[in-house]
Design a protein around this ligand. Structure first.
Ligand SMILES: Cc1cc2nc3c(=O)[nH]c(=O)nc-3n(C[C@H](O)[C@H](O)[C@H](O)COP(=O)(O)OP(=O)(O)OC[C@H]3O[C@@H](n4cnc5c(N)ncnc54)[C@H](O)[C@@H]3O)c2cc1C
Length: 451
């Protein structure tokens, strides 16, 4: 049995950051289920040595904690390739455009702009620390994003474009999402426009050495405090502290921080059980569904045709693409996401069949050359036992207003972190860091004075 002041459960960016904030003052252990740190940050090496993040990768304006962390670890960022024309598939044709909003027939464009403007105007009104407290919270939480779209958008094409944006941001279908949750998520990330934009938005920059490398550097900085292969199976707690059972042994501490997505917290047997409202909340916070797909080519051939590599609306399964070429490398990388229902369909399929379908989607937009990559990798996050979906947990109608106020409450000596408890940057690395700071403050206050 190992005793410490603080046990942190989960070595994603949230758990690692919380540990970094507490380790100078307290005896801290981090229990991690996997044999690696990073959770939803995961770096992959192609056969030629180039690398890519198969989990989260971007950082953009407003994500100040993440930029500060990158700097503190001595890493540097570089912009995602954002030059040339983007492509939108419309009525069987590809049209070129620049900026965030695709070039569409005027009536469709006006309709899409109205949908976006209405959504942004509502999101702006929310306090992301207390979305349930808005005077219209119940009204907005009763409806899905799909219902909002049906009521607000007149043209099928504008609704389809809006649905693609929703899929790209939430990894879910419009009919699965509470409107209040979608508005909260956008507000916590500045705005929906910021979340779908490249330059000036959440897809602006990448990190030399990848986000997976950043997570490894954070773990290395903790000097052996992280214990891998230690999935917490049971957590006993009382006013005196906690005792965590794992296949790597039993660990006790005065306080614990759960730095996990809600669906993973549900896999732990709590003794005594967590309050029923917390259990009900976690059960109503499933993760979105996404498969991240990257094809590597001898060069970024689409740039020769003046294309940016960004596209929207191409044929399923991949409806959104980016030029993900690593800075300073010759080989080009095309990145695509399979999201929502398509991800659920393709999750169980044969990997070679999935690869062929992804390359078909790429080829429909960028031509036949896209069918012949040097290398290919994809990551189905719904199939990952210690994640089970991404980018983050979603909420359907009624959850925020009936149970959401309990989301960040400690449970006895157990504090909660993880991006799903963030007030700022929910669903993003930024949120993982913000939640870690709040939980670390709570632990400091509870353990005061330090030993
Ligand atoms: C494909 C994809 C693309 C994304 N794109 C971006 C992006 O570009 N920019 C951005 O900011 N964000 C992005 N995100 C989201 C971002 O990755 C997450 O918000 C962030 O990594 C969450 O960190 P976390 O520490 O809260 O949770 P996690 O990273 O999920 O960490 C939780 C940790 O807990 C561990 N664990 C689970 N169960 C147990 C247990 N019982 N006992 C012990 N350990 C356990 C897990 O193994 C994991 O290491 C993306 C995510 C994905 C998957």
């Amino acid at each position: 049995m190992t005793h410490s002041d603080v046990l942190i459960i989960g070595a994603g960016l949230s758990g690692l950051h919380a540990a970094g904030l507490l380790i100078d003052a307290y005896d801290v252990r981090v229990l991690e289920a996997r044999e690696r740190p990073g959770g939803r940050a995961l770096s992959h090496a192609f056969a030629n040595g180039d690398t890519v993040d198969l989990g989260g990768q971007w950082v953009g304006p407003g994500q100040d904690r993440l930029y500060a962390l990158i700097k503190a670890l001595g890493a540097r960022t570089y912009p995602l390739w954002d030059e040339g024309d983007h492509l939108v598939a419309f009525s069987g044709r590809l049209r070129r455009y620049r900026g965030t909003i695709p070039s569409l027939p005027l009536h469709v464009l006006l309709d899409l702009n109205r949908l976006l403007a209405r959504f942004e105007a509502m999101a702006k009104q929310l306090d992301p620390a207390r979305p349930w407290a808005h005077p219209k919270a119940t009204e907005w939480d009763r409806q899905t994003v799909g219902e909002f779209m049906a009521r607000t958008g007149f043209t099928a094409r504008a609704r389809e474009m809006f649905a693609i944006a929703i899929g790209a941001v939430y990894c879910a279908e419009p009919h699965e999402l509470s409107l209040l949750h979608a508005l909260f998520y956008a507000r916590a990330g500045r705005s929906l426009e910021a979340l779908i934009s490249v330059t000036g938005g959440a897809q602006q920059d990448r990190v030399h050495g990848d986000m997976g490398g950043l997570a490894r550097a954070m773990a290395d900085g903790l000097g052996g405090a992280v214990i891998y292969g230690a999935p917490v199976q049971a957590l006993c707690w009382s006013d005196e502290g906690v005792s965590a059972q794992t296949p790597a042994g039993t660990f006790t501490a005065r306080r614990a921080i759960l730095a996990l997505p809600p669906n993973q917290a549900l896999g732990i047997r709590f003794d005594p059980p967590v309050p029923p409202t917390r259990d009900a909340l976690w059960r109503r916070m499933p993760a979105g569904a996404c498969i991240k797909c990257v094809a590597q080519y001898d060069r970024p051939f689409w740039r020769e045709a003046g294309l940016s590599g960004q596209s929207v609306g191409g044929p399923a399964p991949v409806r959104v693409t980016f030029d993900n070429t690593q800075a300073g490398r010759e080989a080009g990388q095309l990145l695509g996401f399979i999201e929502g229902d398509e991800a659920r369909i393709w999750s169980g399929r044969d990997p070679m069949e999935r690869r062929a379908a992804v390359l078909d989607s790429f080829a429909a937009v960028f031509g036949d050359a896209a069918r012949h990559p040097l290398d290919y990798a994809d990551q189905d996050w719904t199939a990952e036992p210690y994640t089970r979906g991404c980018y983050a947990a979603i909420m359907g109608p009624g959850v925020w207003t009936s149970l959401g106020a309990r989301l960040r409450d400690p449970i006895g000596p157990i504090h909660v972190a993880g991006t799903e408890t963030a007030r700022d940057g929910y669903g993003y690395f930024e949120g993982a860091l913000e939640a870690a700071e709040r939980a670390a403050d709570e632990v400091r206050a509870a353990l005061n004075p330090p030993k």
